[in-house]
Design a protein around this ligand. Structure first.
Ligand code: ADP
Ligand code: ZN
Length: 742
């Protein structure tokens, strides 16, 4: 987590005089802004979003300030146009500079995450409306009378209506309206349509809080006037009411007349939270993620900038929305790896949210039942305020957890559910309650092979097996998205009917469930069961309504949903995450298993969690079974410290990639040779990245390990600046605080 404080940015809202040279951030991987000239008759300010020529293209850029660079007047180009959008404010500009510096990325590429594209700045086309303009018509008909009466009843004299809207209201055809226009009683006009907005009301429907919840709210609200410590960790088991509590902090922010942002790790969770928000605040918040329509995108972006949208619920990219006055950022499930973006600019939205909040003088609430180890340490050291929520709401007990030792009670050959788990599902069915079987693997089988020749199906573009999907009868690469039809014969030896699946995915577990419990209503929930967020929401609602007996699901079902009838959670394979090379694998497994077993027994009935494993004595699993989170954090912190792993050190991954394997290796070796790190910093590698090929690009990884603070970034910056220019399609990607080690 970044600790140095942001530099002060002065906002001069004065316009630059024509002829002034200004620096403009352009969407290109360049280290600094470029200089352009303000032409005659144009009003440009710091933060103005402008269209400018870049090479042969026209691109969108952002004015950063006056330029002092010496530019050859012959090459100096004028700004083409100023976009019809509010200028990017000083706190957001300061934030962009900070992110670029911290993540070692080009500032223009970070700025692009704010301005995105030109279509965002377009306004909806004006629409034609009608309003009262003259006396009643000479020829009055019953239909015409209806229109005029409707207008008298609903409007205040000169109000404008859309033609079809008015026709609908009055229950007549639009021809009647046309007639009234012709008669001079109504006139037409064009209006800019503003989305109708109901503002969230902090007092719409507040909950009665428990004592513990009220204390937490009190602490969070008092925190909002604390200038020094602006991050709070809201920690409480699933079902303790974290959402209800941070809603009260949002209400407080609204009362202060400031905006709030709630970030979620997954789109799949937004629909449920939007509904809950609307129940609490009587209005929909702005919604922002990759699944919204371009129109919603335009409206939310502008609405946020103009201060009309007061609350946004969204995915990590919402962090770059141009809020007018942001007072609170909530990061729900703060430990989630999905907050890390790894394309273009690698950043962790949680860490960057804390920085943005500092620029905006806003507060941050990190909410989680299983905080990340980093966050937990920061809370213990007093860098974050620790706000614990002691118990589950309404004293619902935590599920009782037990391990199923797969060495002693293994499943039957070719199946995956051990006898004790099958029995528990049976009991649950008989009681009329629901079971969830959890396996974090999409598809039918992670590997397909030929029984005759041993051929294994691998992606040609990635070093990864193709995953067999039965619903779609395809082999899919989960890394690059490549899909091919499931072949009938082995492409290697030509034998028919010799291809067999190896290992289970959720679809295969579902198949076993359907065989064992043919009368039960079974549903697979996995992010690739297409149909989009709407279908998923419908399916989640169906589960909540008790229309399903057994759910087989991936991590998609692990979080954020309330299933009142669910009393049994079975974890099919708890060992997937243990004993991998990834330093965060143990933490992630603990978090995921805590979350998924936390789905059991959320309503009146107590829940049970059964965990299939070959390592029932693993200390982390023991801590999990005992609900002893303190124990887990103590174990994990000690292990990280011993092994010199984050957060005790800073890692920066430097990945060289390209289509020519020899060139990639040569370049990685060159980087290593010129690195000459100081004593405090190590450069490890180069080695094949765990995914040695991805989307057809070969990948070599160097890992920089150094102290926390700015030193390690400073080293990488000066090191890479010394490197030879990359040729051909060779590329260097830098990832500060890498989350995954692919
Ligand atoms: P968490 O976010 O910690 O998992 P939630 O806020 O989702 O917990 O609360 C779990 C369930 O308990 C939800 O259905 C929520 O509406 C309910 N709940 C929690 N606190 C209250 C309260 N004070 N009044 C009414 N319902 C509550
Ligand atoms: Zn692939």
């Amino acid at each position: 987590m970044p600790t140095s404080s942001p530099a002060l940015t002065i906002d001069s809202s004065a316009a630059y005089a024509p002829g002034t040279n200004v620096s403009v951030m352009v969407p290109a991987p360049m280290p600094t802004a470029l200089t352009y000239q303000v032409p005659d008759g144009m009003t440009v300010r710091a933060g103005s979003i402008v269209k400018i020529p870049l090479g042969k293209r026209m691109v969108l850029g952002t004015v950063w300030g006056e330029s002092t660079d010496a530019v050859n007047p012959k090459r100096l180009k004028p700004i083409e146009t100023v976009m019809d959008a509010p200028p990017i404010k000083a706190p957001l500009r300061g934030f962009i500079d900070w992110v670029a510096d911290w993540t070692l990325s080009a500032p223009g590429m970070v700025a692009r995450m704010v301005t995105r594209g030109e279509e965002l700045m377009q306004r909806d086309p004006p629409i034609t409306a009608v309003r009262r303009a003259g006396p009643e018509p000479d020829r009055m008909t019953p239909a015409r009378l209806k229109v005029l009466e409707t207008m008298r009843e609903t409007g205040s004299g000169d109000q404008a209506y859309t033609k079809s809207g008015l026709a609908d209201l009055a229950g007549v055809s639009t021809a009647v309206i046309d007639g009234l226009v012709k008669a001079g009683t109504l006139e037409t006009l064009t209006v800019q349509r503003e989305p109708g907005r109901i503002v969230p009301d902090p007092d719409f429907d507040p909950r009665t809080l428990t004592v513990g919840q009220a204390d937490a709210v009190e602490t969070l609200i008092t925190a909002q006037s604390d200038k020094d410590l602006n991050v709070s960790l809201l920690e409480g088991v699933t079902g303790s009411g974290k959402t209800e509590v941070y809603f009260e902090a949002v209400a407080h922010t609204l009362r202060q007349d400031r905006q709030a942002l709630i970030l979620l790790p997954e789109i799949a969770l937004t629909a449920t939270l939007l509904d809950r928000f609307a129940e609490r605040f009587g209005a929909m918040p702005g919604e922002w993620h990759s699944g919204i329509t371009p129109k919603t995108r335009r409206q939310v972006w502008r609405g946020v900038a103009e201060g009309k949208v007061r609350v946004v619920i969204g995915a990590r990219s919402a962090l770059y929305l141009p809020f007018e006055d942001l007072g609170l950022i909530v990061i729900d499930e703060e430990h989630e790896a999905a907050y890390k973006q790894e394309e273009w600019v690698s950043y962790n939205a949680r860490d960057m949210a804390i920085v943005r909040a500092r620029f905006e003088q806003a507060q941050v609430i990190l909410a989680s039942a299983t905080p990340s180890v980093e966050t937990r340490i920061n809370a213990r050291l007093g860098r974050y305020r620790h706000v614990p929520l002691p118990a589950r709401y309404a004293s619902r007990p935590l599920p009782s957890l037990a391990a199923i030792d797969l060495r002693r009670t293994p499943p039957e050959r070719g199946t995956w559910l051990a006898p004790p788990l099958i029995e528990a599902v049976q009991d649950t069915l008989e009681r009329g309650e629901q079971s969830l079987l959890f396996l974090n693997r999409r598809g039918y089988a992670p590997l397909t092979l030929c029984r005759t020749c041993g051929h294994r199906f691998e992606c040609t573009m990635c070093s990864a097996w193709l995953v067999q999907h039965r619903f779609t009868a395809t082999l899919n690469c989960h890394h690059c998205g490549h899909v091919e039809p499931m072949p009938k014969v082995c492409p290697e030896c030509g034998n028919a009917d010799t291809l067999v699946p190896s290992g289970p995915g959720v679809e295969r577990i579902a198949e076993e469930v359907e065989t064992r419990f043919p009368d039960a209503r079974t549903l697979v929930l996995s992010s690739d069961m297409t149909g989009g967020p709407k279908r998923l929401k419908a399916e989640l609602d169906a589960v909540a309504a008790g229309e399903v007996d057994i759910v087989v699901g991936t991590q998609l079902v692990a979080k954020g949903h309330n299933f009142p009838g669910l009393t049994l959670v079975g974890v099919v394979d708890a060992d997937i995450g243990f004993g991998q090379g990834d330093p965060r694998a143990v933490e992630r497994t603990f978090q995921l298993l805590t979350q998924v077993t936390g789905r059991a027994g959320r309503a009146e009935k107590p829940g049970i969690g059964l965990i299939q494993t070959h390592m029932p004595d693993h200390p982390v699993l023991q801590a999990l079974l005992a609900h002893d989170t303190e124990k887990f954090y103590a174990l994990e912190e000690a292990a990280r410290q011993r092994a010199h792993l984050p957060p005790f050190v800073r890692f920066i991954a430097v990945i060289a990639s390209g289509s020519d394997v020899a060139a990639v290796k040569a370049y990685a070796n060159h980087l290593k040779a010129i690195s000459r790190p100081p004593d405090t910093i190590d450069v490890l590698g180069p080695v094949d990245a765990p995914l040695a090929m991805l989307r057809g690009r070969h990948r070599q990884r160097l890992l920089v390990r150094g102290p926390r603070g700015r030193e390690t970034q400073a080293f990488v910056k000066s090191w890479l600046a010394k490197a030879d220019k990359t040729r051909g399609d060779l590329r260097i990607d830098v990832d500060v605080d890498p989350q995954s080690f692919v």
